[in-house]
Design a protein around this ligand. Structure first.
Ligand code: SF4
Length: 257
């Protein structure tokens, strides 16, 4: 499938989004139209409200209630969702990209959505960004066989655009069930969109990375998406620091078992 050429406007939007991710606040695009965190924040807040509602419907709003998996195994869940048509992305996907890795993994990486290569292969993080993630894993002495990788969305948004609120709200329950089945001890959110949706916040990535958060009672590190590192290599230094911290806690957990 041929990739749709990215317009100059889209390239500019992505570049400015990256600046916002770094917490640089408002930027002026043209005389009358400020590009700011606000437009992104508004959309995310709508998205987060819908997601919270969906998650509460499924599992109960009490944060202390431990989520109980609805399926017997990851494979049984995959079989149940492989033909999902809950949102319009089902019309344009080549393959649903469920997730890959060790279904008993202690560490789970969560990205935003499949890209073109992932859509074609039906597997997350197989394109250039995926290859970079593999190199990062090797650098911290981990392999794909030890971890599990999934995305917030299981189907590719056309042109790799950001997930729409309804798409994220419809798809998040699939991820929550995966987490309930895999029971990771640590989570690493890759990129701004994944982190904002999981943490139900509108904070820029620059303020979320480099510290521990919690999702579903599981300690969660936030760092840059490998695709962002390909576009902006200057982010690699911070990403390396985040990965070192993640690995330190992972090793401590493994040693304590
Ligand atoms: S993106 Fe998620 S909710 Fe939408 S069709 Fe795919 S699996 Fe279903």
């Amino acid at each position: 499938m041929e990739e749709t050429p990215v317009s100059l406007h889209e390239m500019l939007r992505r570049a400015l989004t990256a600046q916002v991710e770094l917490g640089m606040g408002e930027m002026i695009v043209d005389g009358d139209r400020p590009f700011s965190e606000r437009s992104l924040v508004d959309e995310l807040e709508t998205c987060v409200k819908k997601i919270s509602h969906t998650a509460d419907d499924m599992f109960g709003a009490d944060e202390n209630v431990q989520r109980v998996a609805q399926y017997d195994s990851v494979d049984a869940h995959f079989q149940a969702v492989r033909d999902c048509r809950l949102c319009s992305l089902a019309e344009t996907r080549t393959n649903l990209v469920y997730g890959v890795g060790n279904t008993s993994a202690d560490l789970m990486f969560i990205g935003e959505a499949p890209g073109r290569d992932e859509d074609l292969k039906g597997e997350p993080f197989v394109g250039r960004a995926g290859q970079l993630l593999d190199r990062i894993l090797v650098a911290i002495k981990l392999s794909r066989e030890e971890i599990y990788i999934a995305n917030i969305l299981k189907c590719r948004p056309p042109g790799n655009r950001d997930p729409l609120p309804d798409e994220a709200a419809n798809c998040l329950p699939h991820l929550l069930e995966q987490i309930a089945l895999i029971k990771p001890k640590l989570i690493c959110a890759l990129g701004r969109i994944a982190a904002q949706i999981l943490l139900q916040t509108s904070s820029p990535l620059g303020k979320m990375r480099g510290q521990w958060h919690e999702f579903e009672g599981v300690p969660m590190m936030v760092t840059y998406h490998p695709a962002a590192l390909l576009r902006f290599p200057a982010y690699k230094k911070d990403t390396w620091a985040d990965m070192q911290e993640l690995k330190k806690r992972y090793d401590k957990f493994v040693a304590s078992r």
